[in-house]
Design a protein around this ligand. Sequence first.
Ligand SMILES: C[S@@+](CC[C@H](N)C(=O)[O-])C[C@H]1O[C@@H](n2cnc3c(N)ncnc32)[C@H](O)[C@@H]1O
Length: 263
Amino acid sequence: MKTTATLNPAITPPPGGELLHASDRATVIWGDCRDPQIIASVPDWYGLLCTDPPYGVAYKSGRGAFTQIAGDDGSVDWPGVLAEWVGPEGTRMRGLADARHIYVFGYTPADLAGPLRLGATEDLLWDKISLGMGDLTIPWARQHEPITFGVHVKRMSDRAKGGGRLAARLRRGSILRYQRPNNGGGERHSNEKPVALMADLIESSTVRGDLVVDPCAGSGSTGVAAVLEGRRCFLVEIDRQHAELAVQRVRAAEKLAIQMEAS
Ligand SMILES: C[S@@+](CC[C@H](N)C(=O)[O-])C[C@H]1O[C@@H](n2cnc3c(N)ncnc32)[C@H](O)[C@@H]1O
């Protein structure tokens, strides 16, 4: 895995990261998800990897208030980084539990099947309903993002068989229509994902109490959805401001989940 990324030293977290929030429902670390100390701290045999890493393409919108996100300059081998998070080849009991699922935004099964040891895969598509930003000099505006779904199968001999441990409870179409938050503007995160979309993915691939892991958490949408769905979350984010925002949002979700459980 490549370890170089263009990061502002002023926002570079310490080795091992800093624990910003820890409860029985959620862990939020300000840190670099390539840091082996952080990877080693993820509970083994967790239930779902659900993440939205930088897409590895230098991004300039020509519009808008957002700076380029960390790690988005193509210098990081993101499939290689995520391979460490599911547990690299040759490991059986580490990382994501065997036959459990992954969702990765912005990448295709062709990018991820090898490094993440995937059996069955599917291309999902998030239809953002409204137009995204992008290159303003061409007539087409991107309105969708790819999401790879895959079943992580630890043994090579089992991978060809494909199937996951959770039976499909409700088979669905692969196009997921959810309004883009803030229509690409707003104050939170340039790549914020809708909580309802994240909840849909999490609900489809986990059971209550499962641990959902997002190593590139941004403003914490995965964590918010996990907590609201009665799951637990483990989040890492390298940008301090985003990590603090994730903490605020996850704390609010925890309060709401407690209220919902009490009513
Ligand atoms: C596409 S955004 C995620 C947005 C998130 N899904 C949300 O709804 O807010 C990717 C995030 O990965 C973070 N990131 C980039 N490199 C990272 C690294 N090495 N470790 C942890 N986070 C990283 C970026 O700062 C950015 O916030």
